[in-house]
Design a binder for this molecule. Sequence first.
Ligand code: FAD
Length: 345
Amino acid sequence: MSNKVYVYIDHFAGEAVPASWEALGVARSLADSFGGGVSAVVLGEGVDNIAKQAVAYGADEVTKADDSVLKDFRAEAFATLVSEIVKSAEVFVLPTTSRTRELAGMVAIDLDTGVMPDVVAFEVQDGTVLATRPIYAGKLMTKVVCREKRPQILTLRGRSFPKPEPDPTRSGEIVDVVAEVGDLATEVTGYSDAEAGVSLSDAAVIISGGRGVSNNPSLTPPEGITDEGEQEIWRAQKGFELIRELAEVLGAAVGASRAAVDAGYVPYAYQVGQTGKVVSPDLYIAAGISGAIQHLAGMRTAKTIVAINKDTEAPIFKLARFGVVGDLFEVLPPLTQALKERLGK
Ligand SMILES: Cc1cc2nc3c(=O)[nH]c(=O)nc-3n(C[C@H](O)[C@H](O)[C@H](O)COP(=O)(O)OP(=O)(O)OC[C@H]3O[C@@H](n4cnc5c(N)ncnc54)[C@H](O)[C@@H]3O)c2cc1C
C-alpha cells in the first residue's frame, strides 16, 4: 500500500499513549486531503495488541516491528526504522511526548526535512500542511509550514484534537518488518517510579497547588517537628491532602507550581509550567498559585481555569474564568464536600 499519511503510535509499558489515538484521528482527516489511507507505525516488543488497536482507531495499515531489541525506547534504533518506513510519506504525524520529541527530530535529520512541533491546529493548502503552534510560553501563536521537503513532520500537542471512537470491527492490514537497527550505542538499564500516581499530560481535570498550600499558621505541627523548613513541609502536606481529596472526587490528577516543587512539597513530576509539564485539561484548578508567566506557560490552554487565592491582585485571576478570593484551607473542604454530594460520592 502506498499511503501518503503515516502516524506514529507512541506507547509505554504495554499501553498506547492516549495522544497517539488523537494523532491517528488527525491522520485520518489529513488522508481525506492527501488521498489514500492511513498507515500507522508500531515498534516495540509484544506490540500485537497495540497494532490491533491502531486498526480499531482508524489505521488502514499498520507497519509493525516486534522484536526484543525494541523492548525499550532508544531513539537511535527507533529513528533508523521509522525513517525507513516513512521516507516516501507526504505527511508524518506524531503525538508530542518526551520520546517523540527526540524521535521526530532524528527522523527529520535522517530524511533531510523539517519538524513542526507541538501543533494545536492545522489546515491543508495545496498539499501543504499549515500548522499553528504556541510560542513564547503560549503568549503568541505562530503558523509554520514545511517548505518543499517531504515528509512534512508534525507532532501534536496532547488533548488539542479529539480522540476518535475505536471500532473493533474495522479491518486493516498488519505488515511485519524486520528490526534491523545495527549496533546501538545506548542501553536502557531500568526505570524508576518518579511519575507514579501522576498522569498530568492526559488528565481532563487537574488540581494544582502552589506555595500557598503551606500557608496555614493555625496548623500546629507535632512537637517533634521543630525545624522551620520541616514545619513548612508538614503544613504543605496537609494542604496537598485537601487538594488530593478534591482530586479524588473529581477523578483529577494533582499538579504543582515550581515553588511547591522546589520547596520539596511534591516531586518534580508534578510540576506544571515552562520547565515542567505542558497540560491542556478541560478544567484546571489552581490553589495558592500566584500565576507567574512560567506557570501560565504550562496551563494557559486549559479550557476552564479556576483560581483560589487570598490575594485579589494575584495575576492568575486575569487568566481564570472563575476566581475565588479566599484561604484555600477554608475554600477547599466545603467545595470537596459539595461536589461529593452533587456527584453522589
Ligand atoms: C527559568 C524559569 C523557569 C520556571 N519554570 C516554572 C515552571 O515550570 N512552573 C512554575 O510554576 N514556575 C516556574 N518558574 C517559577 C515562577 O517564576 C514562580 O516563581 C512560581 O511559579 C511561583 O509559584 P507559586 O505561584 O506557587 O508561588 P508564589 O508566587 O509565592 O505564590 C503563592 C500564592 O499563594 C497565595 N496564597 C498564600 N497563602 C494562601 C492561602 N492560604 N490560600 C490561598 N492562597 C494563598 C498567595 O497570595 C500567592 O499568590 C520558573 C522560573 C524561572 C526563572
